[in-house]
Ligand binder design. Structure first.
Ligand SMILES: [Ca+2]
Length: 337
């Protein structure tokens, strides 16, 4: 079972709440969780956003289709917490749904380790790609961010470019002969010549930068929310967005990305899961569970999270690693029943 994901303000819109009032931000954690369950349940049943809103007088209106039943409720209250709890009771008494309902419509994958290779245990891995027999890696943290060319078999750093201290390196991808690198909160992307890491340009984007990949037409950027941004690779203008969801609702904390044979693979920050995403619909078609991958390896400080997916398209090899991990793994996905 996947961990419960809590709502943040930025998620409210993606959950189908049309209007947001400051009052709403002050609801208790318990009420927040209850609301999330309502919306996720409804989302799972209808695969379309609910119609709900809070107006300026602190009134909640919510329309929900639960299974084959359709109910519209308009509730008034001065107490937002109370509204949410009342509504929770109302919805579940009408529908007979259980909050803990957890369908597993997505494919489930485990893994088999094919090979493992040394990885710089001081590399706070934020981006990873494979091209022409070598890895390219982006590392984060202020003052330690870099772009690297790395030999697969030895983990040796063949070439490196250090970012200025005010930049926190994030995802990278390859477009033509250029490496494009995101930064976390600087709204700045860098464009390098792949062969010599010469900086040949930079661009602006109005959201946080987490992961990036390229589908052959557009850059796909994650920002830690369920929303993916599709950018023109020449102009960096946004062409569309896509909301990612599974049967439990929107999938938050989407991090490092890799486009592999028509699907987007995404690390989910602070979990040991990779989501396999349909780029047309945003639907998660599979979950890869990588629990235990790095556990056998000793380290002088705690490992950070799984992060970094690279694909060798010529040899159909899949590589994964993590932040401060001492190993990088070639794995095969194993379908589970
Ligand atoms: Ca990647």
């Amino acid at each position: 079972m996947l961990p419960i994901r809590f709502i943040k303000e930025s998620e409210f819109f993606s959950l189908g709440v049309d209007f947001f009032t400051p009052k709403f931000s002050r609801i208790s954690a318990a009420a927040e969780l209850a609301l999330r369950h309502i919306l996720c349940q409804e989302w799972a049943q209808t695969s379309s956003p609910s119609q709900s809103f809070w107006d300026s007088r602190n009134t909640l209106s919510f329309s929900a289709k639960i299974g084959t039943r359709y109910e519209k409720s308009i509730l008034f209250s001065d107490n937002v917490n109370q509204i949410v709890i009342i509504f929770l009771v109302l919805v579940f008494s009408l529908s007979g749904c259980r909050v803990s309902s957890n369908k597993h419509a997505e494919a489930r994958y485990g893994y088999k380790i094919v090979n493992s290779y040394p990885h710089d245990k001081d590399a706070f891995t934020e981006g990873l790609i494979f091209e022409d027999g070598v890895l390219y890696e982006s590392t984060g943290l202020y003052g330690a961010s870099s772009l690297r060319k790395v030999e697969l078999k030895t983990g040796a750093i063949l070439m490196a470019h250090k970012l200025q201290e005010q930049f926190f390196g994030e995802g990278i991808t390859l477009y033509k002969n250029k490496i494009i690198q995101l930064t976390w909160r600087s709204h700045t992307g860098f464009i390098y010549n792949k062969d010599n890491f010469m900086l040949i340009g930079q661009f602006y984007y109005p959201f946080e930068g987490w992961g990036i990949t390229y589908d052959g037409k557009r850059l796909i950027v994650s920002n830690g929310t369920p929303k993916l941004h599709f950018l023109n690779p020449e102009t960096f203008k946004e062409e569309s967005t896509l909301k990612v969801y599974d049967t439990n609702g929107p999938v938050n904390r989407i991090n490092e990305l890799e486009y592999i044979r028509g699907k987007i693979y995404a690390n989910i920050w602070q979990t040991e899961y990779i989501a396999e995403i349909n780029p047309e619909t945003g639907e998660v078609s599979g979950w890869v569970d990588l629990k235990g991958l790095v556990a056998p390896y000793k380290h002088d400080k705690p490992f950070d999270v799984l992060n970094g997916i690279a694909y060798d398209k010529d040899n159909n090899r899949l590589f994964v690693t993590g932040k401060l991990w001492p190993r990088l793994f070639e794995i095969k996905l194993v379908r589970q029943e």
